[in-house]
Design a protein around this ligand. Structure first.
Ligand code: FMN
Length: 337
């Protein structure tokens, strides 16, 4: 796979953290990039700038020290509002503007937005042209394969996007009507890749190095967007990168490293959101990290009752201490037997 270029930016590898509202905040983006993602995309920001003053919106916007290239995703259904939002984000430091036409949420800022736009190709065109005309930085687009299974117009939208000057296209292998059900399909993505000459990224259900290889082979795309599989497993990027490059698996990170990463993540969340909000947001991340570990579920319900930052860190340390102890006990029993 050759390196992907988006405007002046050459990505370090072709694995991108998919935008996820409520998940891909600055602490998580920074961690994923450190652990191997070639690019990370912000949580979507509404194009309705009257909403931008809330604390939540301020935290979602671009920040000093964000991983580069700083790609900011905007969502909305009005071309002029989208253009203005793109401009304001570039003034605030965005280096790439990503347009959300992939999110199935019914309404963003009281208008059809996200993947709902796919139904109206004229409006798609109008929005893309307005945004591209408003900024000097590269504009990318994220779509689904179509409106519903009877109207898989992803291919048309891809051609419209290329024509308008979109510089890279990410395609989630589900229609809007599928929401998150069923399995992502990659045939439509392969057809889109064949039909356009801008970089195309495949997205949906890429959960392992083998699946990444299979999707790349099946579609011929230029890169992959990985979303949910990175939750609680930000090292998935280096695992996939290594496997694609060498055909070999990296060893899974040991308890010590997972503990270190999780504590670093907790500290970053506490610092970024402040104690009260940081403690709340940390709960879901800790749940994801520990979901598959023995005792993880029970730990989670105790952890969710904690409301102090230092108690969260101390309890995570204790959890890992117990994990190590139970491993040692098992080893001793193995030796004795
Ligand atoms: C919690 C959550 C939030 C999401 N938020 C966004 C978003 O803000 N913008 C967007 O384009 N897609 C959003 N998505 C969709 C993901 O970017 C991605 O397309 C989808 O999860 C499929 O990829 P995956 O199977 O690798 O998770 C979100 C998905 C999840 C699970």
């Amino acid at each position: 796979m050759s390196a992907v270029r988006i405007g002046p930016y050459t990505l370090r590898n072709n694995l991108i953290l998919a935008p996820m509202a409520g998940v891909t905040d600055q602490p998580f983006r920074t961690l994923c990039q450190r652990l191997g993602a070639g690019m990370v995309v912000s949580e979507m920001v509404s194009s309705d700038m009257s909403l931008w003053d809330s604390r939540k919106s301020r935290l979602r916007r671009i920040h000093e020290g964000d991983p580069e290239p700083r790609s900011v995703q905007i969502a909305g259904g009005d071309a002029q509002m989208m253009a203005a939002a793109a401009r304001a984000n570039v003034e605030a430091g965005a280096q790439i503007i990503d347009i959300n036409m992939g999110c199935p949420a019914k309404k963003v800022c009281n208008k059809a937005a996200g993947s709902a736009l796919l139904r109206d190709e004229a409006l798609v065109s109008e929005i893309l042209e307005a945004v591209i005309g408003a900024v000097q930085v590269p504009v990318t687009l994220k779509i689904r394969t179509g409106w519903d299974r009877a109207n898989k117009n992803g291919l048309n939208v891809a051609k419209i996007a290329e024509q308008a000057g979109i510089q890279a296209l990410a395609v989630h292998g589900r229609t809007r009507a599928d929401l998150y059900t069923g399995e992502a399909e990659y045939d439509t993505i392969a057809a889109i890749k064949q039909a356009v000459s801008i970089p195309v990224f495949a997205n949906g259900d890429i959960t392992s190095p083998e699946k990444a290889r299979a999707v790349l082979d099946a579609t011929g795309v230029d890169g992959l967007l990985i979303g949910r599989a990175a939750q609680g497993r930000p090292w998935i990027f280096r695992e996939i990168e290594h496997y694609l490059r060498t055909g070999q698996h990296l060893p899974t990170p040991g308890l010590d490293e997972v503990e270190r990463i999780l504590l670093e993540h907790l500290a970053a969340l506490h610092a970024f959101y402040g104690d009260v909000m940081g403690v709340r947001i940390a709960r879901k991340h800790v749940g994801w990290y520990l979901a598959t570990r023995p005792g993880g579920k029970e730990f989670r319900s105790r952890f969710n009752a904690l409301d102090e930052t230092h108690a969260q860190c101390a309890n995570v340390r204790e959890f890992f201490r117990e994990c190590r102890q139970s491993l040692e006990t098992k080893d001793e029993q193995g030796v004795a037997a």
